[in-house]
Design a protein around this ligand. Sequence first.
Ligand SMILES: Nc1ncnc2c1ncn2[C@@H]1O[C@H](COP(=O)(O)OP(=O)(O)O)[C@@H](O)[C@H]1O
Ligand SMILES: [Mg+2]
Length: 355
Amino acid sequence: MIGGKKKCIGLIFGGNSNEHEVSISSAKTVYEAFNSERNKELYIVKTFYINKYGDWLDSDISEKILIGGIEKNKTKKQEIFNQKKINFLDGITFQNIDVWFPLLHGFNGEDGSIHGLLRFTKKPLVGCGIIGSALGMDKILMKTIFSNLKLPQVNYVVFQNKDLNDKDVKNEIIDEILKKLNFPIFVKPSNSGSSLGISKVTNESEILQALEKAWEIDPRILIEEGLEVREIECGIIGNSKLLTSEIGEVHYESDWYDYDSKYYSNNKIIIPAEIDSKITKEIKDIAIKSCRALNIFGFARVDFFLEKSSNKILLNEINTIPGFTKNSMFPMLWEASGLKIEQLVAKLVDISLDL
Ligand SMILES: Nc1ncnc2c1ncn2[C@@H]1O[C@H](COP(=O)(O)OP(=O)(O)O)[C@@H](O)[C@H]1O
Ligand SMILES: [Mg+2]
């Protein structure tokens, strides 16, 4: 780099989360992008793997996980993945990091906790702050704010901290669902991701099981009316000015976009989505409005449903640490918008520094 030192990027991945594996895949992609011909003169990446216990591992080991250096040695791999520390940050040095790039999807990361922890280092991070991340992760609060702003959403009901072991409580919940929503319904834990803990329910007899599955992940539960929809996604980057990417559509073969169809099947991603320009514009406007409403900036992916029968746009959710694997929508949306992944990661660093 002429006239300056390389910026040190602290790439954090893994995590005490049910999206641990996805995070490793995302980090591999981002690590490669920072080590591309274009970027390696500008950046140096220091990696921090957080294992499933929430313990941070040093950069040498972390890097091996990303570049496949421990793949062949299964015993060593287990040792690393199961390493337990007394203090989670023991032996970790992070003083030379210039910009953090946390790629922790889901719990103990995307829910705002990593943003809070990193604030103590007084260094900028790629992504938004504590509030935006926490709200983006919590479907109930997110929807409450959207509905205050009259942003279009599917019909839903919410149950918070009800004791599902109590038979009367169970019956009350089921009665309320039957009174307020039409089948099919989607039962979701308020905090989760990658479709984990979500069930599609088509009749009364399946409700209880679905509630219990969601309840295992979060005692706060959201239940939505299920519609026949197209799934549309839009990328956001920026700070005071938010930019929207092209709009993408995902096609999958399963009945709905569950975990397996997200990560283990050949989905078709269509960018730009084949929708008329008026709807595209409306989607981009709502994407920006919804991010502003939750104080989300840096980068995010805003997901929509387009009801098949009516072409009605419905806001689904915002992901504040969107999937960054090779097959993920977010980097693909930006590539189609003119930013190759190498340029995208560099741009995200600039945004975090407000350059
Ligand atoms: N109300 C709904 N109508 C139709 N499909 C839905 C509805 N809610 C969820 N789904 C399906 O479930 C998937 C996951 O739901 P979502 O709320 O996006 O959870 P996650 O945060 O885990 O991605 C969606 O992408 C969609 O395929
Ligand atoms: Mg989703």
